[in-house]
Ligand binder design. Sequence first.
Ligand code: GAP
Length: 447
Amino acid sequence: MDELVALCKRRGFIFQSGDIYGGLQGVYDFGPLGVELKNNIKRSWWEAMVYDNDNIEGLDSSILTNPLVLKYSGHEETFSDPMVDCKECKSRFREDQLKNGKCDRCGSDNLTEPRPFNLMFKTSVGPIEDEKNYAYLRPETAQQIFTNFKNIIDSTSQSLPFGIAQIGKAFRNEITPRNFIFRVREFEQMELEYFVKPGDDEDAHDIWVQKRLDWWDQQGVPIDNVELYNVPREELAHYSKKTIDLMYKFPHGNEELEGIANRADFDLGSHSKKQSELNIKSSVSKNKDSNSKLAIQDEGGDWMVPFVIEPSAGVERGFLAILNEAFTIEDLPEGKQRTVLKLKPHLSPIKIAVIPLKKNNEEMVSHANVLIKELKELRIGRVVLENTGNIGKSYRKHDEIGTPICMTIDFETLNDGSVTIRDRDSMEQSRIDSSSLKELIIHKIKL
Ligand code: GAP
């Protein structure tokens, strides 16, 4: 982990937020390369969900959330972790994360009884700060998907089964944020709510577990390195009928990368006004504050509350797993080593570095700039000029940040337009004719 953290800071992937004032615990900023990798992960997820499936719609809902949403979702009452204080050194911990029931800092077992600590951030809304004018920062993106269920049904032609996908920030006031970006207070989720007929939920759950494993595999997190954990009943979230967690061996231990839950009709049911009044087949709701009927008509015209399968992945945890898999230190001849990030090319922050052989050779630099302009038109991501005149140093830098292609402009290029392409992983170099260059690039970069 230390090596990854150092690389992230040195190369501009991730910085501690508010660094110059001593930071803010559990909050990070993504630098020039980090934002590219993060955006590429999110794009890949969005394409796999929304563009590849005609029955999945996208949504970008608000972060500020009406408290009633989180009252009826059960979060006000139950979204908490057990907190204990050490009476000796006054540190505060999550009881379920203590080793042998002892204080992590001083080792004392003189601890308070655990008490629930609600993880939601509350904020005041409008100019008057009082008990009535408050909202929550959403603790999961999912709830606004449920509250928009009717809006989306009414504005699209979707019928069951169909899904709503959303990527966005979520906030949790974690008692002990730790392990770099693994457990943080501000993070992003990529969540799908996939609505099915009751009875079709268990098969859909199995299908989504497999689909998500396949997706992680395509991002460079091999299926063999992910374990399935069937969450025992006593550990299930309040809304879940069944959850399969995808567990990944992070540098600090085997932990949850993504959860895939069968939330049954808990959420839509809970947000609907008393369902008996609305004649809906579900028994969850005790809601008096909503006017909604979050239900759908079956073929016979009867109203039903669909069940929902929810694959929910954290972008930061994905980022960490992907970096961890890609991070490689390789032995080279003559006792040398190189650090290389073997990222899947579609995720690499920079796709191509164009390197003129001579720094001050005007012809080479201007040829490189013309080529860069053409390559940018391919819309494959960032293409940069590396004008140091030091090929070896440029290779080392771009290996370390995962650039899949380095392209050298030399004297031959000025004659016939051909370039030398160096492959990041094999380090093999090949001479490529200008006529086949673009096709080769697209082939190498696109997923
Ligand atoms: N809507 C379901 C839900 O929020 P969750 O298991 O609490 O379920 C889903 O969270 C995913 O969000 C987790 O698998 C993890 O990847 C990510 N996540 C949750 N809490 C996090 C935190 N404090 N820091 C970073 N990622 C987090």
